[in-house]
Structure formats: structure tokens, C-alpha cells
Design a protein around this ligand. Structure first.
Ligand SMILES: NC(=O)c1ccc[n+]([C@@H]2O[C@H](COP(=O)([O-])OP(=O)(O)OC[C@H]3O[C@@H](n4cnc5c(N)ncnc54)[C@H](OP(=O)(O)O)[C@@H]3O)[C@@H](O)[C@H]2O)c1
Length: 317
């Protein structure tokens, strides 16, 4: 099978196209023929060696944490999915080694859910990691409730695009923070208000809309943006960040505000809820660009620029 692999941390040029033996599914595992892989900023961070303190890496590494595809074989006692069944999954494992930028992958069934039936299978690869991150940040950590107001920073990105739609479905009022070219995009996804962070003063605009501050701030940017989140949340409100702001968090300015860092976990039950929302037409997947496997380096370079609208995917055909 073809796969993208690298032997050392570094720039996108470390990514090489290689031929490997087809892996065999072990106990409780399935073999999936990958249709497409999601390309996520974390793939770049891992390639640069920025995650070693969190998740051990074993070289050579095949990058990629989410996928869509078809079950083609199963190992001992793995019978939840039929051969030929279309599936999706987020497969962050305890170590980083066998990823989804490949023609085939083996993994335990617990990481997998049926793919949505109403969209092209390749587009479904954009859902698992970013969708689960938005879901777990808003609901498991953020405890978002009906009629609350939420600010979403980075609202036009992969995670932000799903977060807007999930919050809107919950009947929360969404204030999206995006650049000018993405204002209409975020409103189409359900944001009631959108603030252009490149020309407007975000704190002043949020105060006009929500004078006491908002109930929940979802930070997908980190650093200075994380610090500013505490100026727009109400007293006893909540801030959820998916960026590990270790230094900033140690200097939290307002102890009365609840803060959580969310590191998304594989969860096939959450993923199944997202699949149902896609099938019900409540969750749209916007694919910004797709690249063939051999152009994985280009796909990562695009993501590295930090201005993806929705998601970028790599297709295997
Ligand atoms: N902890 C976790 O479990 C977890 C999970 C997923 C992602 N993440 C991290 O979360 C971050 C976002 O992920 P993603 O997949 O959503 O990224 P992405 O798809 O690359 O999104 C980038 C988006 O951010 C917007 N943006 C850039 N700078 C901004 C700013 N200063 N203010 C507001 N928006 C800004 C861009 O919009 P414009 O083009 O309009 O600027 C773009 O749409 C990444 O760092 C990723 O590694 C963490």
C-alpha cells in the first residue's frame, strides 16, 4: 500500500511517499481501505515535534488522525462492522505511529462509527477530529445551555465551523469572530452576529451585544486571544480553550471564571451523534480543498498558513 511517512521531525519536506506491506488486523481490529484523511493543524505540530511531551512518537510515523473509508477485513472477535461498510473515525492512539495518510489502516473497532449516508464518503473524513473537538468543547467541558450566548474565536476554521452549527442547534446565540472574507460564511452557518477581528475592536463589539459579558467563550486561537477571552466573558462565566495556554493559564486574571483546556478524545458515541446530525441536515461539512496523497506536503503547508475555511482533506484515489 502507499503511505506518507517521515523518519524525523522537521518541515513539510520530511514527508515521503512510500510503499508498505498491507497491515493485518489484530484482535478486535478492522482493516479499513481509506477513502480520505482529514488534514489538521495537529498533524503539522506533531511533524514539528511539538507534541512529544504529550503523546510519545515512534518513527517512522505515518501522519493523520482522522479518516473515512470502507471496512475490508476484520480480526478475531471484531464483528461490529460488516465487510464493505462505510465508516469514519478519529484514531489518536496512546502512541503516534500508524496514521491515516495511507491507503489502508488497522485499528480497534472502538474508534469507528458508520459514515453519514447522505454526503460523499471522502468529505466525511473532515468530520471526526474537528467535529469531536467542537462537540466535546461545547458540551462535555463548556456545558453550553439553551439560550446562552457564546463567542467563538477562529469561527471559520475546521473546529469553529462545526462549533457554530452545534451551538446554533442548541439554540444558543453565537457571536463569531472571523476575518472580513469569512463574515458571511459564519452567518450562513448560523452565527447571529459576526465580528471582523482584522478591522473591529472585538471587546467593544461584544460589550455592545452583551454588556455583562457572554456565558461561554470558545478559544481556538490561544495566546493573546486566550487572555482577551477573559475580558468578554461574564462574571462566573466559562472559557474553554483547545490550545494549551500553560503560561497564560498560570496567570489567570479572574479566578471566578471557570476555565478548561480540552484535548479531544476518540469517542464513537459522540461521533455517532455527529453522524446523525449530518444525516439530518443539521451539520454541514465545508471542504475548502482536497489534495491527492502524493501532495500531502502541500496540504499540510496550506493548513500551516492558518486560514483554512472549513477543512482540507487528502484523497487516496
Ligand atoms: N486541543 C484539541 O483537542 C484540538 C483539537 C483540534 C484543533 N486544535 C487546535 O485548534 C486550533 C484550530 O484548529 P482548526 O482545525 O479549527 O484550525 P484551522 O481549520 O486551520 O482554522 C484556522 C481558522 O482560524 C482563523 N483565524 C486565524 N487567526 C485568527 C484570529 N486571530 N482570530 C480569529 N480567527 C482567526 C482563520 O480565519 P481567517 O482566515 O478568517 O483569519 C481560519 O479560518 C489549531 O491550533 C489546532 O491545532 C486543538
Amino acid at each position: 500500500m502507499r503511505a506518507i511517512q517521515y523518519d524525523d521531525f522537521g518541515p513539510s519536506s520530511v514527508l515521503k511517499l512510500v510503499d508498505l506491506k498491507l497491515p493485518k488486523p489484530g484482535e478486535g481490529e478492522v482493516l479499513v481501505k481509506v477513502t480520505a484523511a482529514g488534514v489538521n493543524p495537529v498533524d503539522v505540530k506533531i511533524r514539528e515535534g511539538l507534541l512529544v511531551s504529550r503523546v510519545p512518537c515512534i518513527f517512522p510515523i505515518i501522519p493523520g488522525w482522522d479518516f473515512s473509508g470502507e471496512v475490508v477485513d476484520h480480526g478475531f472477535a471484531a464483528h461490529r462492522f460488516d465487510i464493505g461498510e462505510k465508516v469514519i473515525g478519529y484514531c489518536r492512539r496512546p502512541t503516534i505511529q500508524h496514521g491515516t495518510y495511507a491507503d489502508y489502516i488497522t485499528l480497534p473497532e472502538a474508534y469507528i462509527t458508520k459514515a453519514p449516508r447522505n454526503i460523499p464518503l471522502k468529505n466525511a473524513a473532515a468530520l471526526p477530529l474537528a467535529g469531536l473537538t467542537a462537540f466535546q468543547s461545547l458540551f462535555s467541558h463548556g456545558k453550553l445551555k439553551k439560550h446562552e450566548t457564546i463567542v467563538i474565536w477562529g469561527a471559520s476554521g475546521g473546529v469553529g465551523s462545526f462549533a457554530i452549527q452545534l451551538a446554533t442547534k442548541k439554540e444558543a446565540t453565537v457571536i463569531a469572530i472571523a476575518s472580513k472574507r469569512n463574515i458571511e460564511y459564519t452567518k450562513k452557518l448560523g452565527a447571529k452576529y459576526a465580528i471582523d477581528y482584522t478591522t473591529q475592536n472585538v471587546e467593544e463589539e461584544v460589550k455592545k451585544l452583551s454588556p455583562e459579558g457572554v456565558d461561554l467563550v470558545f478559544d481556538t486561537i490561544g495566546g493573546e486571544t486566550f487572555r482577551r477571552s477573559f475580558d468578554i466573558v461574564k462574571r462566573k462565566g466559562r472559557v474553554i480553550s483547545i490550545i494549551e495556554n500553560i503560561k497564560e493559564a498560570s496567570l489567570l486574571p479572574k479566578p471566578e471564571i471557570e476555565y478548561h483546556y480540552c484535548f479531544v478524545e476518540p469517542n464513537s458515541s459522540n461521533l455517532n451523534s455527529l453522524r446523525e446530525m449530518v444525516e439530518n441536515g443539521e451539520l454541514k461539512i465545508h471542504v475548502d480543498a482536497e489534495y491527492p496523497l502524493e501532495e500531502a506536503a502541500k496540504a499540510q503547508e496550506m493548513v500551516e498558513k492558518g486560514h483554512t475555511r472549513g477543512k482540507i482533506i487528502i484523497t487516496m484515489d
